[in-house]
Design a protein around this ligand. Structure first.
Ligand code: NAD
Ligand code: UFG
Length: 331
């Protein structure tokens, strides 16, 4: 039996593919390469010694997806594929709703038609909106502030409705906090096109000299040093959370887990740690708050530890060092 990984050449997907292959799991990758490169397959092969079967296919291409299910014995899907840029989603809501929601509907329809009923979905801490308190537990109220977040919330609801309607389905919703870092080989990592939106790729490009300085979006939040606080998690820990989540697929219905470390880390903490670990100075300027940002967001990750036996183990030093190792080896 194979696991189909949608979005498997992307940032989190590629690390998860490596983890699954190293654990002996046969995988098949589907990706349309709109935000990743075909070379990632070479890198996965270099790291693991195994080249996974790959289909360049769009979630909106029903015929292409049918072919993948027809040609492979797929019993589980890990569903990463989706568009993820918050700002872009505000400018292009139609593209985001179509890609993420219609894409997911196509996928689950194809799964049902091929008797494949186990699904792990990449959700996000963004579904908690502005949380009433931290750490955030899975049963906190849900809301969103942008079309990207709304696609995650709607897809969660669609998958809940699906499990009510059809008890053959088992779904795990994984709500990721802030993945950073890269595989120790430096071959795969976060490589956004253009100017990065997220903090760590921006920091590594400033370190490389590609960007002149970092803008720190606000230093007047009610946090210890005034800058935003997030739950940064090493992408390899996040990847391992998917393997652990397979366990919950033996339960019928929907299971929901936060994947975070449980630690709040500020923007200045990231800058200071990065500078100490790499020896590279990160020039920064305090800039106005970024619209839509919240002061603090970190997980209560105890449910995943208790029920799945999963816990993040890698610290901030390793996250910063591996992110820089990746950036310094890539153009
Ligand atoms: P990514 O962009 O690196 O990977 C997503 C992959 O999906 C890309 O390779 C892209 O080419 C592919 N893709 C997009 N639309 C597709 C389509 N219609 N058909 C086929 N392939 C398609 O992103 P990532 O950071 O690896 O994120 C993976 C998932 O995790 C996404 O669903 C994202 O929303 C979610 N997530 C990411 C973060 C984060 O900070 N990176 C946080 C929370 C949730
Ligand atoms: N930040 C800066 N300067 C930058 C970029 C970010 O100061 O150039 C700050 C932000 O203001 C925030 C923190 O760094 O305080 C983290 O920002 P990111 O953009 O890296 O991450 P977010 O927490 O805003 O959002 C990310 C993803 C979302 C996802 C969320 C939770 O982009 O899609 O994590 O998983 F929903």
């Amino acid at each position: 039996m194979s696991v189909l990984v949608t979005g498997g050449t992307g940032y989190i997907g590629s690390h998860t593919c490596v983890d699954f292959i190293e654990k002996g799991q046969d995988i098949v990758i589907l990706d349309n390469l709109c935000n990743s490169k075909i070379e990632v397959l070479d890198y996965i092969e270099q790291i693991t010694g195994i080249r996974p079967k790959f289909y360049q296919c769009d979630l909106l291409d029903k015929e292409g997806m049918k072919k993948i299910f027809d040609e492979n014995d797929i019993d589980t899907v890990i569903h990463f594929a989706g568009l993820k840029a918050v700002g872009e989603s505000v400018a292009k809501p139609i593209e985001y709703y179509k890609n993420n929601i219609t894409g997911t509907l196509n996928l689950i329809e194809e799964m049902r038609d091929h008797n494949c009923f186990k699904l792990v979905f990449s959700s996000s801490a963004t579904v908690y909106g502005k949380p009433k308190s931290v750490p955030i537990k899975e049963d906190f109220p849900l809301s969103t502030t942008n079309p990207y977040g709304t696609t995650k919330l709607y897809i969660e609801q669609i998958l809940k409705d699906l499990c009510v309607a059809d008890d053959r389905f088992s779904v795990v919703l994984l709500r990721y906090f802030n993945p950073i870092g890269a595989h120790s080989s430096g071959l795969i990592g976060d490589n956004p096109n253009g100017i990065p939106n997220n903090l760590m790729p921006y920091v590594t490009r400033v370190a490389k000299g590609v960007l002149p300085h970092l803008n720190v979006f606000g230093n007047d939040y009610e946090t210890a040093d005034g800058t935003g606080v997030r739950d940064f998690i090493h992408v390899l820990d996040l990847a391992a959370g998917h393997y652990a989540a397979l366990k919950a697929l033996s339960n019928p219905g929907v299971s929901i887990y936060n994947l975070g470390t449980g630690n709040g880390v500020s923007v200045l903490d990231i800058i200071n740690t990065f500078e100490r670990v790499t020896g590279i100075k990160i020039p920064y300027q305090i800039a106005p708050r970024r619209p839509g940002d919240i002061a603090e967001c970190f997980a209560d990750a105890s449910k995943a530890e208790f029920e799945l036996g999963w816990k993040a183990t890698r610290g901030l030093d390793e996250m910063c060092a591996s992110a820089w190792n990746f950036e310094s080896k890539h153009s």
